[in-house]
Design a protein around this ligand. Sequence first.
Ligand SMILES: Nc1ncnc2c1ncn2[C@@H]1O[C@H](COP(=O)(O)OP(=O)(O)O)[C@@H](O)[C@H]1O
Ligand SMILES: Nc1ccn([C@@H]2O[C@H](COP(=O)(O)OP(=O)(O)O)[C@@H](O)[C@H]2O)c(=O)n1
Length: 225
Amino acid sequence: MERATVIVAIDGPSGTGKSSTSKAVAAQLGLSYLDTGAQYRAITWWMVTNGIDIDDPSAIAAVAGKPEIISGTDPSAPTITVDGTDVAAAIRTQDVTSKVSAVSAVPEVRARITELQRSIAADAENGIVVEGRDIGTTVLPDADLKIFLTASPEARAARRSGELKSTDVQATREALLKRDAADSSRKTSPLAKADDAVEVDTSDLTLQQVIECVVTLVEEKRAAK
Ligand SMILES: Nc1ncnc2c1ncn2[C@@H]1O[C@H](COP(=O)(O)OP(=O)(O)O)[C@@H](O)[C@H]1O
Ligand SMILES: Nc1ccn([C@@H]2O[C@H](COP(=O)(O)OP(=O)(O)O)[C@@H](O)[C@H]2O)c(=O)n1
């Protein structure tokens, strides 16, 4: 029997485990994978590289349609390019991280990227795991399964510091909370849990436990289709 296509939305703040969980779940279940944060980082990288004033939303809006962003959706080797340039490493710098919330708050940027995300999801043959901040609420409100990951600021800061090889967990914590506040308070499509999302607090769970929990939920949805 053919398996039904399944669309999974995974949202939550930084460091809750969205990327690692989504990639593993998609790989395990033969689904595509889309990191929407990488797309917002990519458009931010383009703005910075082209000297656009990040503090001027109208300047950002005026050029929001210019960069061509292409995401590769294989969970074992996700890719991202801007106008043909591989930006996978360039979008992870502190500079881009500190500017992405301002760029992603501009409605013209969100409209453009949201359209791109919907077309990628529609093209995914077996289905897709899409992770971000507004997937369950705005981008794919009809997703088969919505997950909202949370974790304490302490757990998130410790995870991120480990990744960045930074010893200043306190500074990492402050930066995370500042970005959460900006993402949650913006007018257009803020970071929020959809009413029908399943909330999973990952503070005291291993990554493997979170993956198993989500895989089980997807299998249940698939079986019920
Ligand atoms: N449940 C967990 N327990 C411990 N570490 C985790 C857990 N989930 C993710 N991590 C680690 O935390 C870091 C951030 O995870 P990531 O998936 O990038 O989060 P997000 O996409 O939500 O920002 C990664 O180094 C990842 O390996
Ligand atoms: N669906 C999404 C995904 C990310 N974003 C923005 O993109 C930024 C970077 O997202 P990310 O997922 O790469 O962030 P991390 O969780 O990796 O820290 C967020 O802080 C948001 O400003 C968004 O606005 N909407």
